[in-house]
Unconditional design. Structure first.
Length: 407
């Protein structure tokens, strides 16, 4: 079952024309880890509506959450006609569209996945973040200060709250991750891999071994589709083929796991966001009269422009009204922090210390393209991008089926 009509419904719910409202009440990416834990009998956070598992045998002792970065709903829907795994989800399970969170950025979304918390609660709001004790702007993945100096924050301190793995481990659930990065907790066993072949083979090994445990939660993250889209754009054949490659490799590898493991495993597939092509729509804050002069700067003079080029957080040290007036000519949503919080832009819940240090006084969401500052032109060189509220980046799949039914 491919629920395309629901995708149309979600896309029509807009903050303003062209800007999709995150569906925090129901069909939202933020509820995927809560849904997976619910299958295992544990409550770690909000879950998706029950119909996300319609036509699915959810009686499983192992749940796999396969997160393919940047595999948006449109992309996944196209693959259903040509890819065995995606087609299997449609034929033997359910593929439900969800909205991403705001921002539709990997750093924020992956943190939501790993904590079952909304961005307002965990506070990591994009690729570019701020360490106030060190007075340094840094890249959150990996933890690198823009000036190359030391940070006071550890990787675990990037966000607020414990992880899903901590809560499941405490409840006796065996937790595993399959990805290229380390998990910021010792409550899960990390399985490191980089290539698509390593990723698929490692995932299959973990699923086979998980069958020996009473209950297991397996989180597998693959970044290759996103990296390809950044380089060539979401309209390039390579973007489509990268998605096909990872799903085909996973299907082949999981096909070789034991029958006993297949019978006990629920396989789910999701994505944090899609991508939009930003060619020709790249603008700099330098071109807006006086904006950079009014911003706070860190120890090395880097302006506190946080988030990302489609999710722009401006920390204003001077005249906020001057900055907002300069942004009036931009085709973008512009919020004060207070306006965005009142509208639950980052989800329901209470902001904590990480949110307070990362959220800008003004938040800019471009309709098209990117907005950044000229000293970091490399941020504007990417072809495919995400982070905003366009339906192409906001709509993502949640596919579910019994592993024995599709592999």
């Amino acid at each position: 079952m491919l629920r395309s009509s629901l995708a149309e419904t979600l896309a029509r719910d807009e903050l303003e024309p062209g800007f999709v409202r995150p569906a925090y009440d129901d069909y939202c990416f933020a509820h995927v880890s809560g849904t997976a834990a619910d299958v295992l009998g544990e409550d770690v956070g909000p879950a998706l509506p029950e119909d996300a598992l319609q036509n699915v045998d959810a009686d499983a002792s192992t749940v796999v959450v396969l997160l393919v970065d940047a595999l948006g709903f449109e992309h996944a829907s196209r693959l259903a006609d040509s890819n065995g795994l995606m087609g299997g989800f449609v034929e033997h399970g359910a593929v439900t569209p969800l909205t991403s969170t705001y921002p539709s950025e990997t750093a924020a979304c992956v943190t939501t996945m790993q904590t079952a918390r909304y961005p307002v609660e965990h506070g990591l709001l994009g690729w570019n973040a701020y360490d106030p004790d060190a007075d340094a702007v840094y890249e959150s993945l990996p933890m690198l200060a823009k000036d190359g100096g030391e940070l006071s924050l550890t990787a675990r301190e990037r966000f607020d709250g414990d992880t899903v793995f901590d809560r499941l481990d405490a409840a006796g659930v065996d937790c595993h991750t399959v990805q290229e990065h380390e998990t910021p907790t010792d409550a899960a066993t990390d399985h490191h891999c980089e290539t698509v072949g390593e990723f698929a083979a490692t995932l299959a090994e973990v699923v086979d071994e998980a069958a020996d445990e009473e209950r297991s939660y397996v989180y597998a993250y693959y970044s290759g589709v996103d990296a390809t889209g950044h380089h060539v754009g979401p309209g390039h054949p390579a973007y489509e083929l990268e998605g096909h490659a990872v799903l085909s490799a996973v299907e082949r590898a999981l096909g070789d796991v034991s029958a006993a493991a297949k019978d006990e495993t629920l396989l789910t597939l999701t994505a944090d966001h899609g991508q939009v092509d930003t060619t020709g729509e790249k603008r700099t804050l330098d071109a807006l009269d006086g904006v950079l002069d009014e911003l706070q700067h860190d120890r090395s003079g880097t302006p506190l422009v946080l988030g990302g080029p489609r999710n722009v957080h401006l920390h204003v040290d001077g005249d906020r009204s001057r900055v907002r007036a300069a942004l009036d000519g931009e085709d973008a949503l512009v919020f004060t922090r207070e306006e965005a919080l009142e509208g639950d832009l980052w989800g329901p819940g209470e902001p904590g210390p990480a949110f307070e240090r990362n959220c800008g006084d003004l938040v800019v969401v471009p309709r098209e393209g990117m907005l950044w500052y000229a000293a970091e032109e490399h941020q504007l060189e990417l072809v495919g991008m995400h982070g905003g509220l366009d339906p192409r980046e906001m709509l993502v799949p949640f596919a579910a089926a019994g592993l024995a039914d599709i592999c």
